[in-house]
Design a protein around this ligand. Structure first.
Ligand SMILES: Cc1cc2nc3c(=O)[nH]c(=O)nc-3n(C[C@H](O)[C@H](O)[C@H](O)COP(=O)(O)OP(=O)(O)OC[C@H]3O[C@@H](n4cnc5c(N)ncnc54)[C@H](O)[C@@H]3O)c2cc1C
Length: 439
């Protein structure tokens, strides 16, 4: 044990500090700035976009419920901007992403909005007093410094801010098992016309067992997500799993990067030998951020649960609606768990035009007055985290958290002191899909 004590400069003062610049953070920053408050964003990595850029996640899941545009408002603006810059490639039921285009779109949106942000800036601690965070302690290339803000929005994906400030959280199932990660990858040399021609190519697990029995794959992981088209001959791979990953532990993360890099050549052999159109593929890159599907779920004033999904719940304090199915990758490469996964995937889904409500209370961590959480770590049970975690879902919670953070500033930086009808009205003003709010 060492004792480490020192005085830190408060380098910045801002109304709203956004920690983490993934999809939730970018949208939260824009939404807060549009309410006329000063906003600053800090990002630990080297670009905006989190899993969707640095993590090389290859696709946007559906923004709609088949009829209605759910991630409307800033989410739609981002999609439109990516499309206009030729960064979105329609692929089966989703949209392949050119990640370099998405990075530039995020950069431009924040720059145009005049929102200051820095990369290589990690929030490592908070100063908290009676449920109120006074300052964020940040580690940058220049060393340690502090940022004071009235309201903090935790968009770290892992709930770092809320957890450091003492909010309760859950992780995984009762035994702590979490969804595996995936180090996403970028492949060149794919003949997409040939892939499209070949019935079973592109996605599907039909020959995985055969490849395992042939010794091409060393883990019988039946759950192969697939490769998305992300360019003329480029493919974004969401293939392989890093089982036992804890995205809040650098040792576990390191082990996962090493395992994923070691095993990707197995998948290369699999695609080349067992699938048509992939014969000439070459690995161009792996993500510079591990793809973490699940870590902390911060416990808020309400825990969105799977019954809400089943019942297409409507909430008085609704801030958005979503409908992506429960997509909870099995924690182990186990055939029984995989069958259970497929059962949920098939059964826990809505008909076109149906969705579940997201209440404001999933953004308010218990016990904290001036902290909101958005993105994949909002307050849900495990099943619902498997739905709300995809990018359009993060845009919805990010947008609401940004507006709510700005509204909280003049009411004593109290996130529970805002007028919910006014929040809904402002969200509607941004274009949010709120069919049950008649404000
Ligand atoms: C393998 C994989 C495949 C996926 N596939 C899809 C898909 O096909 N379609 C889809 O729509 N969604 C997909 N998702 C889900 C989606 O990409 C993520 O859940 C989503 O990006 C989460 O957004 P977020 O903003 O909450 O967190 P993140 O995207 O994780 O962003 C968090 C950001 O915060 C930064 N950060 C973390 N801690 C700190 C800190 N302490 N201080 C400062 N910065 C910090 C990180 O560097 C990161 O940039 C996938 C996810 C994974 C992991």
């Amino acid at each position: 044990m060492v004792m480490y004590q020192r005085k830190l400069d408060v380098r910045y003062h801002t109304d709203v500090l956004i920690a983490g610049g993934g999809p939730a953070g970018v949208v939260a920053a824009l939404a807060a700035a549009r309410q006329g408050k000063s906003v600053r964003l800090i990002e630990a990595h080297s670009c905006l976009g989190g899993m969707g850029t640095a993590g090389l996640v290859p696709a946007f899941m559906d923004f709609t419920d088949g009829v209605n545009f759910l991630a409307d408002g800033i989410g739609r603006e981002i999609l439109d901007a990516v499309r206009a810059a030729d960064g979105a490639i329609p692929f089966r039921r989703s949209i392949g992403i050119r990640t370099e285009v998405l990075k530039r779109v995020y950069d431009r949106l924040l720059e145009d909005a005049g929102i200051p942000f820095t990369f290589h800036t990690q929030l490592v601690d908070v100063i908290v007093h009676e449920g109120r965070v006074d300052a964020a302690i940040c580690a940058g290339k220049t060393g340690l410094f502090a940022i004071r803000a009235a309201v903090f929005v935790d968009c770290t994906g892992d709930g770092d801010v809320a957890a450091l400030a003492g909010a309760p959280y859950e992780k995984g199932d009762p035994d702590g098992n979490m969804q595996p990660g995936t180090l996403c990858s970028l492949w060149s040399g794919i003949d997409w016309e040939e892939v499209e021609k070949s019935e079973s190519a592109g996605m599907g697990n039909d020959r995985i067992t055969e490849a395992f029995e042939d010794g091409v794959l060393t883990v019988e992981d039946l759950h192969l997500v697939g490769i998305w088209r992300v360019g003329a001959t480029l493919g974004g791979g969401n293939i392989g799993h890093t089982f036992g990953l804890d995205g809040t532990d650098e040792e576990s993360l390191t082990e996962a990067y090493l395992w994923a890099r070691k095993t990707l050549p197995q998948y290369e052999r699999y695609y080349k030998a067992y699938r048509k159109g992939f014969e000439d593929m070459e690995l161009a890159a792996t993500g510079s951020l591990m793809g973490v599907r699940e870590s902390r779920r911060i416990v808020g004033d309400y825990i969105l649960n799977v019954d809400d999904f089943r019942e297409r719940a409507v909430f008085d304090d609704e801030i958005g609606r979503f409908s992506y199915p429960v997509d909870l990758h099995p924690a182990r490469p186990d055939q029984g768990a995989y069958e259970e996964y497929r059962g949920k995937w098939v059964n826990l889904r809505h008909e076109d035009g149906e969705s579940y409500g997201i209440p404001y209370r999933v953004l308010t961590p218990k016990g904290l007055k001036n902290v909101l959480v958005a993105g994949r770590c909002v307050s849900t049970d495990r099943s619902m985290q498997g739905s709300i975690r995809v990018t359009p879902g993060c845009y919805i919670t990010g947008q609401a958290a940004g507006v709510a953070a700005a509204m909280s500033v003049p009411v004593g930086a109290n996130t529970r002191g805002i007028d919910i009808r006014e929040l809904q009205a402002r969200l509607k003003g941004l274009g949010a899909y709120l069919p049950n709010c008649h404000v």
